[in-house]
Design a protein. Structure first.
Length: 99
């Protein structure tokens, strides 16, 4: 067996953490982005919700790419959680849109 086939648990944990951040974290970021954008876009509620959801489809792959390009697995996980928390805070601060 070659040395390239013998990967340790550290490598596997690195990939697993990045995969978790890149999949569930990206979904969380996209959902929080859609909520924040829908509440802050200056449009009718329905138009803002549809536009925000469509824009979130571009945000999710960017978050996934960042999770695998981050300097370390903990930074990938922490960065996705921090971005989701920031977007959730923006959505919460914007409140429920008026009729």
């Amino acid at each position: 067996m070659g040395a390239h086939l013998r990967r340790g648990w550290g490598y596997r944990a690195n990939i697993a953490t990045r995969a978790l951040a890149g999949s569930l974290g990206a979904y969380l970021i996209a959902a929080c982005f859609a909520a924040a954008a829908a509440r802050t876009l200056p449009m009718d509620r329905l138009d803002a919700a549809v536009s925000a959801t469509m824009l979130a489809f571009f945000v999710a792959p960017v978050a996934t790419l960042w999770a695998f390009l981050a300097p370390g697995p903990l930074r990938a996980l922490g960065g996705t959680l921090a971005a989701a928390a920031l977007l959730a805070g923006i959505a919460w601060a914007a409140g429920v849109p008026s009729a």
